[in-house]
Design a protein around this ligand. Sequence first.
Ligand code: C2E
Ligand code: CA
Ligand code: CA
Length: 595
Amino acid sequence: MENSEVDRLTQLLSDAQDIIKHQNSELTGLLESKSQELEEILGNIDQIIWYIDSKTLSIQYVNHAIGAVFGFTKEDFLADPTLWQQRIHQDDRLLVRSFFETLVPGASQEIRFRIHRVNGEICWLNSRVYHNEKLDLFVGITSDITQSKLQSEEIAFLAYYDPLTMLANRSKLKLQLHSRLDHSPLVPFSLIYIDLDNFKNINDTMGHEIGDQILIEVTRRLRELFHDDQLLSRFGGDEFVVILNNSDSVYISDFCTQIGQIFKAPFTINDVPFFLSSSLGISMYPEDARNCEDLIKHADTAMHEAKKNGKNQFVYYHSSMQRAIHNFLHVESLIRDGLKHDFFTLYFQPLVNASSLTLQGFEALMRLPHPTEGYISPDTFISVAEKNGDILHIGHIVLTQACDFIEMLQLQYQDPFYIAINISAKQLHQVDFAQELLNYLKQRSIDPSYLKVELTESAVMDNIEIASRQLHTLKEGGIHIALDDFGTGYSSFAYLAQLPISTLKIDKSFIDTVCEVDSHSHIVKAISNLAHVLGMSVTAEGIETQEQFNFLVENRIDTLQGYLLSKPITKEEILHNLTSLIPFFLPKKALSYSI
Ligand code: C2E
Ligand code: CA
Ligand code: CA
């Protein structure tokens, strides 16, 4: 090749090199400006964007966001590419390592773990990571989820814990029971239902703040009895439920005794001592029930039995308690039927003047004839109605039907007879009971002296203050009052003399054996004398024999009532036969209507 040719080619090559050099520097400039642009964009993102070597997990790239999260700068991490691993929470290191070891190439996966910030605070991170196998890199985006994690923990806490006592709540207890029954159905255990006695009184009279403080103190004392593997929960207001990993009755009884003992010392709040006790019910798995709901229900039933037996004690569940509840519910449904379909009917039993043997009045006695269940005795339905409150409805029916009957008697006779109605404790303790009764009579233009109320001694003595107020209102309104079942309660003579009572009605149990049991004849005589000394009249009920009748007349009983004279009968029977009932009501010719 000629020299000139060589020179030309050299020149061309040099030109080409110049062009490439120029283009290279242009490209580098472009690349640099692009990468700066990218860096700026990524730098303004909250999330940490990064990639790390898939073998060593050392950082190759990270944006500025890492500084805000960890408290170190981006440069710190680039200078020490394993710094981020050193900041991982001890308990999460294994989790992070195995996450990266098992990450599938080509797919992205998520992980949550904790790190320590430079100031020691713990921070929750969520990372989405992609394994780029070609470049041997893990590429990821990480965000700080501490705030939302704390919030959700708080929500979870509120969902399962009681904020006042910090104990597990009802949901947590049920969750634990369910999981226990699912995972270890063969392991026996027991449930204790604790209810504080008379706590409602403290809450109502002293206010909820004092109540809350007492609950906190009860919790503190209860906690001292517990081991980690037992669950103590606050089930509701003043109710706690315990799961005991034990079904040995000696152990359980001992444990319940210990619970009872934590109430021995008073609960002193603001220097005021409060005395509490607790009633406990126990159900056992699997004997008493095999599911969570029934176990709780049975422990609750047993707890109520403990209350019924006088509180401050523990009672084991027994299936007979369930039968009593079924019975109660059955009678309750019959009462509801009776109210809905107007089955309730008053019967009337004559009250006879002992000296003239003339008819004085009638005692109204409720009957519940049920079309499919037959005749239901008041001894059965009254106690249920008193407990569930239906007695108030029944009381209205009694009053309405008694007044209807008074009006009928008024139509037929110039001087009609009085009707004595039975009033239960629940009715008497209604604040406006007496006034409403008087208003009702007024509204129907019925003279109050035609109505008499019979109250049991215990209903009056149970809440003497309210009872006394009601009795005075009744008396001032012109209604006579009889104290029923007298001799069985615990009347204080001091009160008796002060109450506006016009009649003592000697309890039937004394009359039943008045001719056989000496003490009963003495009691009857004593009550008769007492009544007369206090200016009251005295009635004997349940007279079935001529001997009883003779004894009672001899001992100055004023009014007589019993099957010997007449059973309770319907108003139709009375209106039809009244002429034969008066003026002389001879015991030997006792009427024998049957109900
Ligand atoms: P009580 O008020 O002591 O009524 C007397 C009970 O003795 C009545 O039973 C009556 O039928 C019964 N009796 C009367 N004479 C004799 C007799 O010679 N022999 C026997 N063996 N029994 C006699 P009854 O009607 O079954 O009522 C039972 C209880 O149910 C009543 O006792 C009363 O406490 C309650 N009761 C009945 N009706 C009402 C009502 O309308 N309201 C309320 N609150 N309670 C009622
Ligand atoms: Ca009565
Ligand atoms: Ca009675």
